[in-house]
Design a protein around this ligand. Structure first.
Ligand SMILES: Nc1nc2c(c(=O)[nH]1)N[C@H]1C(S)=C(S)[C@@H](COP(=O)(O)OP(=O)(O)OC[C@H]3O[C@@H](n4cnc5c(N)ncnc54)[C@H](O)[C@@H]3O)O[C@H]1N2
Ligand code: MOO
Length: 486
């Protein structure tokens, strides 16, 4: 390691290295959370035809003009129009058609009288509802008494009154949420062109790691990082594949990562980046020249596969493949924008002026130059590093903005002053309370201490409290920047 990088320098370097993935066409539900890359024009007006907004009777306005409670207009019922009806009865003078919500307005009719303004064809006073067609098919015939007048087009939803054919339904850049997906379905689009979710392969390293659920032997711990990071990748919008823990064997790790290249738009590892004798990630990802990870084309196509055999895995001997978040899109992608210009494939290991998260590796690997994040092994360090560097990169790959989490200013709530290392940006875990009425800022209360192994308090936190590099102590009432985690 040479110089120390600031958090901002490292993030800028990461974001300089990743560009949005090439757009692909996806089925609507597979595109949820993705960004449209082109305007979507409305192929068919919505509604596609004039239709009723009420269950009632389609009438001609002049026929009910003088209708009142004591002097109902009596109209001949010429048939039923249910939603989806293809053949429509013609409504002539003195006539009405029973019409359901969403059903086409029959020819000749100008407005709809809600059933509650009529006797429902039953001959009594105002009706509450229509008799079910199955129970009384005769309801579509006979007479109906209308007790109130309607104006032209009343209770009629006009063709194109929602969106018109030829207009822009959604603009390029729109993020597809439930309402947008609903609109696309309504106008008949079955597929859309979007920036896809990045496929992220997450693997942890360490011979001490055991899969949760398996008993611990002496000196062993459960692998939590690969689970937390896979969940974080999904939370960021990615399709995440958790590969089980790989033991501290550089050659095996390199093989596993090479195998995973075929299905990865980004790779995240944890552990093995510090200065110890078993820091396997550093070893595996240094001196890549001439290897597939170093950018050399693989010998054959190579299927990468779901079950890369790294051997020597800490938990089972064979890395485990995990399902994709949405399980839609395992196919190889055309190279992303990060391939253009083809910077050298290389992973650099750095020291960052932050706590937790000091040791970090980052670079572009493989023939497609996909980003690889080698995060530190301490559980809080890897999670905080993911939040600060990987999440923004994944959002950049998806074309989502802003890439960073929302930050707010909050007043610190704590009993005793808290020390912070000089020259490092510290990220304390905290719980944020938004401002109450009349307050300019909310408050944040640290949970747990600064130790990078404190998962219990991380799990109770909903914010990261940022203590700047030059600050060596913070106390109650200090105004600090807070990164909101949800
Ligand atoms: N002499 C020095 N030692 C250390 C330094 C240093 O500057 N000089 N930096 C410390 C800091 S800061 C960090 S952070 C860690 C980073 O170490 P590694 O990235 O090499 O991580 P490991 O040694 O593999 O593991 C560290 C710690 O985390 C536990 N761990 C690892 N993977 C997992 C996992 N998947 N699930 C749960 N826990 C995991 C591991 O057992 C260790 O306890 O280095 C410091 N040392
Ligand atoms: O930087 Mo390490 O990430 O403090 O524990």
């Amino acid at each position: 390691m040479s110089r120390t990088w600031s958090v901002d320098e490292h993030l800028a370097d990461v974001l300089r290295s990743v560009g949005p993935l090439e757009p692909i066409e996806l089925h609507l539900l597979d595109a949820q959370g993705c960004v449209l890359t082109e305007d979507v024009l409305v192929p068919v007006s919505l509604p596609p035809f004039d239709n009723s907004s009420m269950d009632g009777y389609a009438v001609r306005v002049a026929d009910v003009e003088k209708a009142g409670e004591d002097a109902p207009a009596v109209l001949e019922v010429v048939g039923d129009v249910a939603a989806g009806a293809g053949r429509l009865p013609e409504v002539g003078p003195g006539q009405a058609a029973r019409v359901m919500t969403g059903a086409p307005l029959p020819p000749g009719a100008e407005a709809v009288v809600p059933v509650e303004w009529t006797d429902g064809g039953a001959g009594g006073g105002p009706a509450d509802a229509m008799a079910a067609h199955s129970a009384d098919p005769s309801g579509a015939a006979g007479e109906v008494r209308v007790h109130r007048p309607v104006t032209a087009r009343q209770y009629v939803r006009g063709k194109g009154s929602d969106v018109r054919a030829g207009s822009v339904a959604l603009e390029a850049g729109t993020v597809l949420g439930p309402a947008q997906i609903g609109l696309l379905a309504a106008v008949g689009c079955g597929t859309v062109t979007v920036r896809p979710r990045p496929r992220v392969v997450v693997l942890s390293t360490g011979s001490e790691l055991v899969r949760p659920g398996a008993p611990l032997g002496p000196g062993q711990i459960h692998d939590s990082n690969s689970f937390a990071l896979t969940a974080a990748a999904r939370d960021a919008g990615a399709i995440a594949y958790r590969v089980g823990a790989v033991a501290d064997d550089a050659a095996a790790l390199r093989t596993v990562i090479e195998d995973q290249l075929a299905r990865a738009d980004a790779i995240v590892t944890s552990g093995g980046v510090s200065v110890g004798a078993y820091d396997v990630v550093k070893e595996a990802l240094t001196g890549l020249e001439g290897t597939v990870l170093g950018g050399a084309e693989p010998p054959g196509d190579g299927d990468g596969g779901e079950d890369g055999d790294g051997g020597g895995a800490g938990e089972s001997g064979v890395p485990e493949a995990s399902e994709g978040a949405t399980g839609t899109d395992g196919a190889p992608r055309s190279p992303g924008a990060h391939r253009t210009g083809r910077p050298p494939a290389h992973v650099e290991f750095r020291r960052l002026a932050m706590q937790p998260g000091k040791p970090q590796g980052f670079g572009l690997v493989g023939p497609d130059r996909i980003p690889l994040f080698a995060l530190p092994g301490n559980p809080v360090s890897s999670y905080v590093s993911f939040e600060l560097f990987v999440r923004p990169a994944l959002r950049a790959l998806m074309g989502l903005e802003p890439v960073t989490r929302r930050t707010v200013t909050a007043r610190l709530e704590c009993e005793e002053p808290i020390a912070s290392p000089e020259g490092k940006r510290q990220f304390l875990r905290g719980r944020y309370r938004p401002p109450a009425a009349g307050e300019e800022h909310g408050t944040v209360r640290p949970v747990g201490g600064p130790g990078s192994h404190l998962l219990g308090s991380l799990a109770r936190a909903d914010a990261l409290v940022v203590v700047p590099e030059r600050t060596t102590e913070v106390a109650r009432g200090d105004e600090l920047e807070v990164v909101l985690l949800d």
